[in-house]
Ligand binder design. Structure first.
Ligand SMILES: NC(=O)c1ccc[n+]([C@@H]2O[C@H](COP(=O)([O-])OP(=O)(O)OC[C@H]3O[C@@H](n4cnc5c(N)ncnc54)[C@H](O)[C@@H]3O)[C@@H](O)[C@H]2O)c1
Ligand SMILES: [Zn+2]
Length: 348
């Protein structure tokens, strides 16, 4: 078993990674929470695949186990779903001593984490991520939240899990599309922090060494969030490709998924900074090739002005200036500040 420890300012917790871990997770849950009652939150695709395995292990350890299933998909990541979960917890008399478990992808983790942060002003929660994106990214770091009709992740809290349990075997049932989507984030880690990971992905098939790949990505994420839990500085580097990626996601009305938009965003920004002489020439081609190898289409299918306009309104940009995360060469990052009005020009 691989183990990493996150030392964030607000909490310290372990990430365990092992094939087959799901069926043995009760032991680790028992060791990390005081709860007697557990509520497993899962979605309508994941629950039929994995809920029984998790539940039966927990019952053997003497827990009282409840579950709540919501309809799979980003459309469920809202306050209506959160409210239904609060009601399910109240109906079953969950108290502050009890615990919720997220069994699913990033949508499930974000909703469950937000419920945990707010129900009775905070109860314990555990992440059991089942998509590649959630295993390498969203289950670690404590960003929780939901969308409103005005935009994505507009309501949320920083709230860390008690433990993150990763079973790479759960990826066997994940669609090719969502595997590729998660690879968008994996490639991002290579771009921002590890030439070695980037080359490994080039020379090998990530799927065949997925446990190792997840570990390398999480080491990077762990180091970043341990130093900067609340995104005061360093954590920004995790947003490489995201400013433009989010704009593309919005323009597609979320018909394109997060990781594939990040891939497009990484290509767009490095093309621009390569032209400005900030990024080593040839870098963009390298990123395109690697994305294509993992079935990520990097064509920019929207008008550049529309993408730039949408990026100007990004909630992460402060005032007149935009913090662009740039890779001067694969494995390194810097923050390049530009006036928001210059964005369309540098992309063009
Ligand atoms: N909190 C963070 O730091 C953070 C970071 C990145 C992304 N996110 C959020 O994560 C969400 C995207 O996460 P996602 O891509 O995991 O989406 P998701 O949770 O919707 O999962 C994608 C699809 O795969 C299905 N699925 C999940 N696991 C499966 C499995 N093992 N086998 C078969 N099907 C499975 C789901 O039902 C869903 O249909 C977005 O809402 C995004 O905002 C959060
Ligand atoms: Zn992302």
């Amino acid at each position: 078993m691989k183990k990493l420890t996150v030392n964030a300012m607000s909490a310290t917790y372990d990430i365990l990674i092992e094939k087959g871990l799901l069926k043995n997770s009760a032991e680790y849950i028992k060791n990390n929470v005081k709860a007697e009652k557990l509520m497993i939150i899962s979605d309508s695709n994941v629950a039929p695949l994995y809920l029984d395995t998790l539940k039966s292990g927990l019952l053997q350890y003497g827990f009282s186990v409840y579950s709540h299933i919501f309809t799979a998909g980003e459309k469920s990541k809202n306050l209506t779903t959160v409210s239904k979960i609060y009601d399910a917890l109240s109906e079953n008399e969950f108290t502050r001593k009890d615990c919720v478990i997220a069994l699913g992808g990033g949508v499930c983790g974000d909703i469950t984490g937000f419920v945990a942060a707010t129900y009775m002003r905070g109860i314990d929660f555990i992440q059991i991520p089942t998509t590649l994106l959630s295993q390498v990214d969203s289950s670690v770091g404590g960003k929780t939240g939901v969308d409103t009709s005005y935009g994505k992740n507009l309501v949320g809290a920083f709230y860390q899990p008690k433990i993150v349990l990763i079973d790479p075997d759960t990826l066997d049932t994940l669609s090719e599309h969502y595997f590729a989507d998660g690879m968008g984030e994996v490639i991002k880690y290579g771009c921002i922090k590890s030439r070695e990971l980037f080359d490994f992905l080039k020379e090998n098939d990530a799927k065949e060494s997925i446990e190792e790949v997840i570990l390398i990505c999480l080491r990077i994420k762990r180091d970043v969030v341990s130093e900067d839990e609340r995104e005061a500085g360093l954590r920004m580097i995790l947003n490489f490709g995201h400013t433009l990626g989010h704009s593309i996601e919005k323009l597609s009305e979320f018909s394109l998924s997060h990781g594939e938009c990040v891939a497009k965003g990484m290509v767009m920004i490095s093309k621009a900074t390569e032209k400005l002489g900030i990024t080593k020439s040839g870098t963009t081609d390298e990123i395109i090739k690697l994305c294509e190898k993992y079935s990520l289409n990097t064509d920019i299918c929207y008008d550049i002005d529309a993408i730039a306009e949408s990026a100007k309104n990004d909630k992460k940009g402060s005032g007149k200036m935009l913090n662009l995360v740039v890779t001067p060469k694969i494995g390194e990052t810097l923050i390049h500040k530009i006036d928001k009005n210059e964005l369309a020009q540098i992309l063009g």
